[in-house]
Ligand binder design. Sequence first.
Ligand SMILES: C[S@@+](CC[C@H](N)C(=O)[O-])C[C@H]1O[C@@H](n2cnc3c(N)ncnc32)[C@H](O)[C@@H]1O
Length: 320
Amino acid sequence: MSAASRTAPARGQSTAPARGQSTAQVRGQSTAQVRGQSMVPDGEFLMTDRDFAQIAGILEGEAGIMLPPAKATMAYSRLAKRLRTLRLANFSEYCALLESGDGKAEKQKLIQALTTNVTHFFREPHHFEHLKRAVLPGLIARARTGGKVRIWSAASSSGQEPYSIALTLLSLMPEAAQHDIKILATDIDSSILGVGAAGVYDSEVLAPVPAELRTRWFKPVEDEPGSFRANAALSGLITFRELNLIGQWPMRGPFDAIFCRNVVIYFSAETQAQLWARFVPLLQPGAALYVGHSERITGPAETLLGGDGVTIYRKLGGKP
Ligand SMILES: C[S@@+](CC[C@H](N)C(=O)[O-])C[C@H]1O[C@@H](n2cnc3c(N)ncnc32)[C@H](O)[C@@H]1O
């Protein structure tokens, strides 16, 4: 990096300091930034605390995800690749790009880089046991008499969650594809949605799937030893769509179950409460809402949802 780029004035005003005021105070900058100190001292690129605050602000504004200063090193390492690809000299230039007219596409890349996509098949198995025992029998009976069934996986990542829902359904109703049953899988990250839409997983990823379900509903991929593709009767139950949970939602519901797991932990308390409240009108009375192991319903939704097991809620007012 050039010395010029390290010492170049950052975004902001250039008003001269008044008596007793430092340049940093006038610009609202930290001393670290004025001195050109990086939040990641040995890093290849300068990332001042102001750059970091700007990136954190964009991430929260666009995706609801909070990025505390303790995650500066993680953010740096995930974004450094973008700076290299874009041939930028420092994070100040990267922030300027994000805020520019051409910044929309880069904001998507930023979100993709900073979201956590960790997931696996049958994660939190008690949810799938509850689904199988307490929810699906009623829904299957409805579908067999011509009714429709709708389930939403609201932060589906690479697809393991919606496939686990579909496999649980198929274990009770192998002919599910012949009925009006649909699983909607959404995520803010379009690239990770592509993994689910392709429906190809290797044997290690598929390890939590019971052997009889794996052999029945996945087939080996030719020329790719160790890889298996969901067959049409399985993948046909699921529709993958890009959707930002803090943006507008095109669907009206009602849903018979919603899985929103291990995503709101990254949101502020206020955003979490708002999100829970938005799910309630989309749920059928009695429908289930499954949340992540460290998540709890808060805010106005608390009085509209009753507990039905660990991290499982039901919309009050009847069984679907
Ligand atoms: C840790 S994964 C959880 C996956 C799955 N629900 C599970 O529990 O295994 C979190 C997912 O939430 C997605 N995500 C983060 N912010 C989001 C938002 N504002 N709207 C929709 N999805 C979001 C991420 O892209 C990521 O795929």
